[in-house]
Design a protein around this ligand. Structure first.
Ligand SMILES: NC(=O)c1ccc[n+]([C@@H]2O[C@H](COP(=O)([O-])OP(=O)(O)OC[C@H]3O[C@@H](n4cnc5c(N)ncnc54)[C@H](O)[C@@H]3O)[C@@H](O)[C@H]2O)c1
Length: 269
């Protein structure tokens, strides 16, 4: 019997797919039947991810993409159409975090984190909607999943620029979902809000805490983050990817403009 949640026959593009949550999304989407473009600025790690997926019998190719560059997006969409014959799923996952207090944050840092986390999501969504909508070059509708954060729902000390970007992604997602739904384009748009998830980005935060002397060790930093939550473990990239898979699949056909928290209970309190 057909599993309820799969993405067979779909073409997916995942940004920031060389590591962490993006790599887990690309891998799980490919395992569940999608042809996947593994898009990232890190070509070495990105090629490794695509190679691992292909070695396991999946369909994946690496694509060099800087989400802040519109010309890269034009090329990325052309590649999806030329190599895999369409685009059904876009996962706007690429993101960066700069940990600084307000007074430490420079205008350049503020702009950089907004360029990647907000402008990147805007550009990707715009170019994907253009090809997915009826009359577009693919034209069969689709699902767009934007990676926000629990930092898009509650504030966090030392992360004002980051939280600003993730709050923007949350409401951008809902607005585009309304436009696409009302236009009857068959395009759903949702946001996913991970909590503490064990990725290179998260490990860097632990290391920064130790380097600043806020904690004595990385293990103590890990415990600090665990104590914020209800469940007694840090999330794994696959936990987030499982939610992304659901939203990408037709099982989520009635789901749009919604926010999905995967945070071990962090924001329940
Ligand atoms: N790890 C967490 O605890 C956590 C929590 C909440 C939200 N998130 C969000 O999930 C997403 C993935 O986070 P992660 O922890 O896996 O991050 P990560 O740093 O481990 O991996 C991010 C990937 O994005 C790529 N990237 C960075 N800038 C890019 C650009 N301009 N264009 C294309 N690719 C680029 C990097 O090369 C890297 O491969 C991010 O949007 C992040 O904000 C993560």
């Amino acid at each position: 019997m057909e599993p309820a949640v799969h993405v067979r026959g779909k073409v997916a593009l995942v940004t920031g797919a060389a590591k962490g949550i993006g790599a887990a999304c690309a891998t799980l989407l490919a395992e569940q039947g999608a042809a996947v473009l593994v898009a990232d600025v890190d070509a070495v790690a990105g090629r490794e991810v695509a190679g691992r997926i292909a070695a396991a019998g999946g369909r994946a190719e690496f694509l060099s993409l800087d989400v802040t560059r519109e010309a890269d997006w034009v090329r990325a969409i052309d590649t999806a159409l030329a190599r895999f014959g369409g685009l059904d799923v876009l996962v706007n996952n690429a993101g960066i975090a700069i940990v600084r207090t307000l007074l430490e944050t420079t205008l350049d840092e503020w702009r950089r984190v907004h360029a990647v986390n907000v402008e990147g999501v805007f550009l990707g969504t715009k170019h994907a909607v253009e090809v997915m909508r009826p009359g577009g070059r693919c034209g069969r509708g689709g699902s767009i999943v934007n990676l926000s954060s629990v930092g898009g729902m509650i504030g966090a000390e030392g992360l004002s620029a980051y939280c600003s970007t993730k709050g923007a992604v949350r409401l951008f997602t809902k607005s585009v979902a309304i436009e696409c739904g009302r236009a009857r384009w068959g395009i759903r748009v949702n946001s996913v809000h991970p909590g503490n998830t064990d990725t290179p980005m998260f490990r860097q935060e632990l290391e920064d805490m130790r380097a600043k002397g806020a904690v004595a060790s990385v293990e103590e930093a890990m415990q600090f983050y665990m104590d914020m939550q209800v469940l007694p473990e840090i999330g794994q990239p696959r936990d987030i990817a499982t939610m992304v898979l659901y939203l990408a699949s037709d099982a989520a056909r009635f789901v749009t403009g919604a926010e999905f928290v995967v945070d071990g209970g962090l924001t329940a309190q």
